[in-house]
Write a protein that binds this ligand. Structure first.
Ligand code: Z15
Length: 760
């Protein structure tokens, strides 16, 4: 950078820093970051990765980019000297919530690691006008509001590049927007986002409702529109096709410009298909290659060599299958190709269950991915084993060499350096700065935990940082009118609301605790139980669970006898920005999905890195966390994935029997529709949830209830009676978190799948 920060800001705003508004300073910083990021672009030599994803949950970018450019401290000081605050200026920045949860956040962590490791890797996605809805809980139930992020000045810049795309036979133009992704002391890559010029934001009425028929006006209005009706599902296919068609044209154009003759495409591009949402890139690339004179069989081979697929779930509802006649309406030009791919797949195996098009005429996107890419990976060791042995066993037997595991990771720049600067500074004092680029160095912290007691002074410093972070969170909550006791244990469950993630299990524990306190059995330590979660707009039971938590929170708050010991807090509109405030302040991290159902989880890694202990099932990456930290430094409970898989296979699970057999469970479930709850909440929602738990309980909450109560109470007691031991175990978690750096994950993708060369 030329000149000091102050000189640059004066040049950009035309006045002294002290005279600028926060808005003016935000814009100046945005421009400064842009200039510096651009300076780090270099032409790509060799292969380039294209990570195609319907979601990029990027979060705010200002601080992140300043850190990665090495400008953060200087900017902060300069602003402070002029009486300004970077964190206040940051409030001006809207969060781009272009993702629902883990899948989209993972994509963003990956882009950060790619750029940090000097690997050429760009993202391809959609420029949704409104990200995930803003959640309003003021009426005691979730209400959805649009969440605009496209202000006049924003990180994603329009370009003159447009690609023609045919949607249901109608030609439209996809315009490319580019967002710079700068690595930590690394190169600048690009997140390419496509959009139409014809989108009409004024179509949005009453919350997030809009007319789904006028495709050209509404196509990219929202991330994942409600898919509970046909118009919604069609819209989603249109969105996906816009993304992959424009994306495929961009890839081919870039590769040709860099010298590819397309026959050698796989030497110029690696394409990662993030879940099944971008799967149509396979037939679309084949179509484009055929248009350029390449024969079908060779085109299939080129595409197979270029593309790889990541599976992120075994939940049936998340594995996309589209009826043939839906696809025919949206992408008639792909249907002959999909038909030929189905023939080809059937020629490779007699197993009909592996077909691309099943006997009911449904197109299985994941099946197309596995047949016509060279790699299929799961996202945690257990998840990949389940894919190989159960869910995708037929494919595994057909293509054993295609299957591989890539355990997820998180970028430590955002999830440590940015969100927990005090912890990062303490670590740097103890082991030096190298951990920022080589996370495995965190292991050196083990020396402070070695003795039975550990190094008392160091442990107390870590405990003090946690205490300070809890105070900071308490004061942030205080500004929102929520008062919590920072001396209490902070227990946090933040993630999308879904029955498989089992927020309802946590709810039942809290009701149980309420009864125990009423009976004079107070917990070992006061407990603040914090939730943050959005429910899909059409997911009724998920919304009922939110309502029940909110109602319980009211009931407890109104009862001084209980509220001295127990507080339930639901933070509205949970998003990346809020996660960055909550995670550093957490003592106990809730990772309580039904074993086998959470493919990996990545929040679990963020909490561990920030010195929380995990209370969790043997699911997803929890299994690997448990292996790394050892069983004494994590609270594991509940049925194993094998037990769960067998219980499903037997088909004889009966929730009602568990409800009737366990008086504590029965008492907790009945409380949902007891007089206290009904006085504070809505009977319709509470009754429905109660019936769901007794008569369905699809995610087997009841069998794990007892073990959960016992383990959680144990955690409370350990925290209360052995604080130093707790700090020591927290430090072990931090020291072992290095494995979960997304730099490690990206290194493995590159070694096994992409084969990119670092650009220096
Ligand atoms: C999503 O966020 C995930 C999987 C999906 O299939 C969809 Cl549609 C969205 C999550 C998994 O639930 C989570 O376990 C995993 O850590 C994350 O993807 C990233 O792999």
């Amino acid at each position: 950078m030329q000149g000091t920060i102050q000189q640059n800001l004066i040049e950009l705003t035309g006045k002294p820093v002290a005279d600028c508004t926060d808005q003016e300073l935000y814009l100046a910083l945005l421009n400064l970051v842009r200039r510096e990021s651009e300076a780090r672009r270099t032409p790509v030599s060799g292969k380039k990765l294209y990570y195609i994803s319907a979601e990029f949950l990027i979060g705010k970018l200002l601080s992140n980019n300043l850190i990665n450019l090495g400008l953060y401290d200087e900017v902060k000081t300069c602003l402070k000297e002029a009486g300004k605050s970077l964190s206040v200026i940051e409030e001006v920045e809207p969060e781009p919530s272009l993702g629902n949860g883990g899948l989209g956040r993972l994509a963003s962590c990956f882009l950060d690691s790619l750029a940090t490791m000097d690997l050429p890797g760009d993202g391809i996605g959609l420029r949704y006008h409104f990200g995930l809805f803003r959640q309003d809980l003021s009426q005691g139930v979730q209400q959805e509001q649009p969440d605009p992020w496209l202000t006049d000045h924003c990180w994603a810049e329009p370009t003159d590049t447009v690609f023609p795309v045919s949607l249901g036979g109608h030609p439209v133009n996809a315009r490319l927007y580019r967002l710079a992704v700068t690595g930590y002391e690394g190169r600048t890559n690009t997140l390419n986002l496509f959009d139409l010029d014809t989108i009409d934001e004024s179509m949005v009425t009453e919350g997030i409702r809009f007319d789904k028929t006028d495709i050209e006006k509404c196509l990219t209005l929202f991330l994942y529109p409600d898919d509970s009706d046909e118009a919604g599902r069609l819209l989603r296919i249109y969105q996906q096709y816009l993304m992959v068609s424009a994306g495929a044209q961009l890839i081919l154009a870039e590769c040709q410009e860099r010298g590819s003759n397309l026959h050698d495409l796989a030497d110029y591009a690696a394409i990662q298909i993030n879940d099944t949402h971008p799967s149509m890139v396979i037939p679309e690339l084949i179509r484009l290659l055929e248009e350029k004179g390449i024969g079908f069989e060779e085109a299939v081979q080129i595409v197979t060599d270029t593309c790889a697929y990541t599976n992120h779930t075994i939940l049936a509802e998340a594995l996309e299958t589209w009826p043939w006649n839906y696809l025919e309406k949206v992408v008639p030009q792909l249907m002959p190709i999909i038909g030929k791919l189905d023939d080809l797949a059937r020629s490779r195996t007699d197993d009909r269950s592996l077909a691309v098009v099943d006997d009911h005429g449904n197109v299985h996107m994941a099946h197309m991915d596995i047949h016509f890419t060279h790699s299929t990976n799961g996202v945690a060791a257990l998840h990949t084993e389940i894919l190989k042995n159960t869910e995708l066993n037929g494919f595994y037997r057909l293509y054993p060499d295609k299957f591989n595991n890539k355990t997820n990771g998180i970028t430590f720049r955002r999830w440590l350096l940015e969100c927990n600067p005090a912890l990062a500074a303490e670590i740097e004092t103890l082991i030096g700065p190298d951990f920022k680029k080589d996370a495995s160095r965190l292991e050196q912290l083990m020396q402070y935990t070695d003795a039975a007691e550990g190094d008392v002074v160091v442990l107390q410093q870590f405990a003090q940082i946690k205490a300070d972070n809890k105070k900071a969170l308490a004061s942030w909550l205080g500004e929102k009118g929520i008062r919590v006791d920072p001396e209490a244990m902070f227990d946090i469950q933040i993630k999308r609301l879904h029955e498989y993630k089992r927020q309802q299990l946590n709810l039942l524990y809290l009701i149980h605790q309420y009864f125990e306190i009423k009976a004079g059995h107070t917990p070992a330590v006061p407990l603040v139980s914090i939730f943050g979660a959005k429910a899909a707009p059409a997911y009724t039971i998920a919304k009922d669970i939110i309502h029940a938590i909110l109602t319980l929170s009211k009931v407890i708050a109104a009862d001084p006898e209980v509220s001295r010991w127990l507080q339930v807090v639901f933070v509205p509109n949970y998003n990346v920005t809020i996660a960055e405030k909550l995670i550093p302040a957490c003592d106990l991290s809730e990772q309580i999905s039904l074993a086998s159902k959470e493919a990996s989880g990545t929040g679990n890694m963020k909490f561990m890195l920030n010195g929380a202990l995990t209370l969790g099932t043997m699911d997803g990456a929890n299994v690997e966390i448990a292996e790394l930290v050892g069983k004494d430094n994590i609270y594991i409970f509940g049925a194993s994935s094998n037990q769960v898989i067998h219980r499903y296979a037997a088909g004889d699970y009966c929730a009602r029997e568990w409800y009737e057999a366990d008086p504590n469970l029965c008492r907790a479930i009945d409380f949902l529709t007891g007089p206290e709850m009904l006085a504070a909440g809505r009977s319709e929602n509470l009754e429905r949830l109660k019936n769901e738990l007794i008569y369905k309980d699809w995610f087997q909450t009841l069998p794990d209830f007892n073990a959960y109560v016992v383990r959680k109470d144990q955690a409370l007691a350990d925290y209360a009676f052995d604080p130093l031991g707790w700090s020591r175990r927290a430090l072990i978690n931090i020291a072992k978190a290095g494995y979960f750096s997304s730099d490690r994950t990206i290194g493995e993708y590159n070694r096994d799948i992409w084969h990119l060369t670092a650009q220096h």
